[in-house]
Each structure stands twice: as C-alpha cells, then as structure tokens.
Design a binder for this molecule. Structure first.
Ligand code: ADE
Length: 231
C-alpha cells in the first residue's frame, strides 16, 4: 500500500516513519510512504508562499487552490496505481474501525494535511476528496491525523503484524466490535494482585468464556453505546 502525504511540515513525519512496526513494514516493502512538501508547488518562486487571506475577511489564512491541484496531479502521476484522495479535517466523517478496515483494501492514497484555517473551497470542489476527521476536537493541522490514519490502516495489511489474529481480536475490530478483555503476563502475583486462576488453568473453553464475559462487562461499564440495542 502506498501513501503520498502532502504537508507543509514534512519533518513532523520523520520520527514516526523510522520507528517500530511502520518502519518494519516499509523495510519489508509492504508499505511505501512518500512525503511531499506542498511549498514545492508554490507559484511564488521566491518565498514559496502557499496561503493567502480569505475573501470577505475573517481571521487566519487559507491554503490556495492552485498549488494543491498542481501538486495532487503531479503526485498522482508518480505511480501507476490510481490514488484515492483523503483530506483530513475536523469537518470530515469521523474515522472508525469499520472505515479503517474498508480503507485498508485500497492500494494507494494521497493524504492532504490541512493547516491554518483550511483549504480554499475549490480544492474540495475539484478533487472531491474523502474528508475524514479523527475526532470531535481541533488539531493544529492534519499531520497528526494523517499519522493516525496510516497507523490504523497499515496494521490491517496482511504481513504487517506478526500475528494476524491480533488485529481481529482488538477492541472495535472485525471479530469483536466491543472492548477487549483484560490481559496479564508474568509475574503471577505483584503487590498482592494475582492473575485470575482461569487464565492459568489451561482450559481453553473456560478461558474463552471468561474473556467474552470480561469484554462484555468492560464494554457495559465504559462504552455501553457499542453494545447492540437489547430487544
Ligand atoms: N485537522 C484539525 N483537526 C482535525 C481532526 N480532528 N481530524 C482530522 N484532521 C484535523
């Protein structure tokens, strides 16, 4: 899967791209991430300016239409796979695990990270991007949201996680649309807190039943909205 990320702050991504699971997925050629600095497509050769004041007045600056369109058209042509364009904005549809599962089946994305007061409306009118929000709060730009989207998506690509089952069992995921059960590892006891006996029993049926019960209990306590309506 390939992600072309268009941003005014390319450096934000450098730490993230070189760490952990994502780095391994890139090394294994399961994921390709190309960061593009939008200023390279500025029509202002001298200062590489890409923003301007809004017509009609108001606070802040808007990202201009021309550099964005030129950038997306050129980036689109950099690889033969047709990319879906995603724009990260608090005004987008709220990202959820089922959406991530759907998104993980597409081979290529161009992700536009907003800054300032956002984009000139004609960017949206021309590109008709998928508009996504990662939650009902406002970030300083789309970069952190882009990392959330990439992070959630790549772990569903076969081969990225060591154990494919773990992404199925995760909270909100395909096999389990409710919260995950509590997990324990060694030591068996710490500061008077013991691992539940059932997990040490070796009885796989009893363990599965305990986990299902604990998942349901946790979800009822914390996120009752995730439970199907009782009939
Ligand atoms: N840009 C600023 N806030 C955002 C949010 N909540 N989701 C996605 N992109 C954003």
């Amino acid at each position: 899967m390939r992600f072309d990320i268009v941003t005014l702050f390319p450096e934000i991504f450098s730490g993230y791209l070189t760490q952990s699971l994502l780095n391994k997925a890139i090394q294994a050629s399961l994921v390709e991430i190309v960061i593009h600095d939008l200023r390279q497509w500025s029509i202002d050769q001298r200062n590489h300016k890409i923003d301007d004041r809004p017509f009609g007045g108001g606070p802040g600056m808007l990202i201009c239409v021309e550099p964005v369109i030129r950038c997306v058209e050129e980036v689109q042509a950099m690889s033969p796979d047709q990319a879906l364009v995603v724009l990260l904005t608090p005004q987008g549809e709220r990202l959820s695990q089922p959406m991530v599962e759907q998104l993980s089946t597409n081979p290529r994305y161009i992700i536009l990270c907003g800054r300032y007061e956002g984009f000139d409306q004609r960017v949206l009118d021309i590109l008709k991007p998928i508009e996504l929000s990662i939650g009902d709060y406002v970030l300083n730009g789309g970069e952190v949201a882009a990392m959330v989207l990439v992070d959630a998506t790549i772990r569903l690509i076969p081969g990225v996680l060591g154990d494919e089952q773990s992404s199925v069992d995760d909270s909100f995921s395909r096999g389990n649309r409710i919260l995950e059960f509590p997990q324990y590892t060694r030591p068996r006891e710490f500061r008077g807190l013991s691992v539940p006996d059932v997990l040490l029993s070796g009885n796989h049926e009893a363990i599965a039943s305990w986990r299902a019960q604990e998942s349901l209990k946790r979800t009822t306590e914390r996120r009752a909205d995730l439970l199907p309506p009782s009939s």
